[in-house]
Design a protein around this ligand. Structure first.
Ligand code: SF4
Length: 459
């Protein structure tokens, strides 16, 4: 299997030079920015809202063990079951165990990045269990055999013509079908699957400690059907998704909606507090919450990195990142792309730190991510932190270390600085230009160095 660095180099090269890709992403981003500007108007004091959100998340992280226990106690009190998963393997096995108990052959799934993190779809496919994605964007990328392109809009990179062509080949819909016709087709197609699926699997946007609830935020209503129509519902949620109280939602729901899609509030906001209760007409008979760690406790223990756990996965830092807009989501080869993906991917136990260390260098450190984060995470500082960690752990490539040693030696040695321009230019061509990248032009060394010109009295 290809390493993330190899994928990054290959895909970023391809995407950065694709005018079509750039045009498509920029068109979507322009629409996004217009909507966000209008969504922000709902806040009387946006700065204060963001600061408050950050403070609540900071408090939550300080009290996370207690809040998780409080969540567990309250969720169990209403008949829910909680499973703690330390890593991907434990989460996968816990899900498989439930599916085997229920003799499940097919599951419906709503959009969730955490199930990408635990590679659930390929895992269940190996176990001969069918997974049906029910979010429109996820359904499209699943049909195309791709990973989600963006943490909020998984099929952002595809045009309506691409989707019409894909569905024509796969499902025989009209070649020139409109987005409305395609959506109606998917709706019809999925209705049957909701009704027949044995188990529904979702993620969770927030966990509420005081009510023991999982909150789901969406615009299509598919998550609501996924979590209530099948007899069993499994929610896989990262432990960092906790907030202390249901009362905090009046801040977090509008913030997520505004920064995610520019809405005041998303169309469907669902609070699930356990399985169907006596006398209730609908809902699953069983509800499980799998609380995933997978490296989050280590992030929590690191006083610098802890801040990355405040993320509410709105996607704003991706949409504001000049690098993401050029290389696109698939180049990152991680469930979490863009600036926050570059920050957390090396620390989550998806691959090793080394496998994702290069992502922290794919940034001009312009700070646009930080400026546009609803919970004020210092994202660009965390990218720098990752770089310094990499250096401290001696993880940089040896060729780079040599380059810096040579540079230091040369800068401290007058003879080398004043070496003939010809030899310096041979070195530039054979070594420095290779390191600097094919498309970047390094200036030639002039005939005389500054020092030589100075001595000749020419300066
Ligand atoms: S880091 Fe901030 S801007 Fe980026 S996805 Fe998370 S909450 Fe949104």
């Amino acid at each position: 299997m290809k390493k993330p660095l190899a994928t990054f180099l290959e895909k970023s090269e391809e995407k950065a030079f694709s005018k079509e890709h750039r045009k498509r992403i920029n068109t979507n981003m322009v629409k996004y920015h217009e909507k966000v500007a209008s969504g922000k108007k709902q806040f009387k004091d946006l700065k204060a809202a963001r600061e408050t959100a950050k403070n609540i998340k900071a408090f939550t992280m300080q009290k996370l063990p207690e809040l998780l226990e409080e969540f567990e106690k309250n969720f169990k009190a209403r008949g829910g079951k909680v499973i703690w998963a330390e890593n991907i393997e434990q989460a996968q096995n816990a899900i498989l165990k439930i599916l085997r108990q229920k003799a499940a052959k097919a599951v419906v799934k709503s959009k969730s990045m955490i199930t990408e993190e635990i590679a659930l779809n390929p895992f269940l496919k190996e176990q001969k269990i069918e997974v049906i994605e029910t979010d429109l964007g996820e359904f499209i990328v699943q049909t195309k055999g791709e990973a989600p392109y963006h943490i909020v809009t998984p099929a952002m990179h595809l045009s309506k013509e691409d989707v019409a062509d894909l569905f024509n080949k796969k499902y025989g819909t009209a070649k020139d079908a409109s987005p409305e016709q395609l959506t109606a087709f998917v709706r019809r197609h999925l209705r049957k699957r909701f009704a027949s699926a044995d188990v529904g699997i979702s993620g969770g946007n927030f966990l509420l400690a005081d009510t023991g609830s999982v909150v789901l935020v969406e615009n299509e209503g598919n998550a609501r059907l996924t979590t209530t129509m099948p007899r069993t519902h499994i929610a896989v949620v990262g432990i960092e998704k906790m907030i202390p109280s249901i009362e905090d939602l009046d801040l977090f729901l509008p913030l997520l909606a505004t920064y995610g899609t520019g809405q005041n509030l998303t169309a469907y906001n669902t609070i699930l507090s356990g399985p169907r209760q006596a006398g209730e007409p609908d809902g699953p008979e069983d509800m499980y919450v799998i609380l995933l760690d997978n490296g989050r406790s280590e992030i929590l223990a690191d006083e610098h990195m802890r801040e990355s756990l405040y993320c509410i996965r709105c996607g704003s830092c991706l949409n504001n990142c000049p690098v993401y807009k050029n290389i696109g989501g698939h180049s990152y080869d991680s469930p979490y792309s863009g600036p926050i993906g570059a920050v957390v991917s090396p620390h989550l136990h998806i691959n090793s730190f080394e496998d994702y260390a290069h992502l922290s260098h794919a940034s001009p450190l312009c700070g646009s991510c930080t400026e546009n984060c609803p919970v004020n995470i210092n994202i660009h500082q965390l990218l720098l932190y990752n770089r310094s960690y990499e250096e401290a752990e001696n993880l940089r490539p040896s060729s780079e270390k040599w380059m810096w040693q040579i540079w230091k030696k040369a800068m401290l040695n007058r003879k080398l600085m004043n070496a003939p321009a010809f030899s310096k230019n041979v070195f530039r061509k054979l070594y420095l230009e290779k390191q600097w990248g094919e498309r970047r032009v390094l200036p030639k060394f002039p005939r005389n160095s500054f020092n030589q010109l100075w001595e000749k009295g020419k300066i």
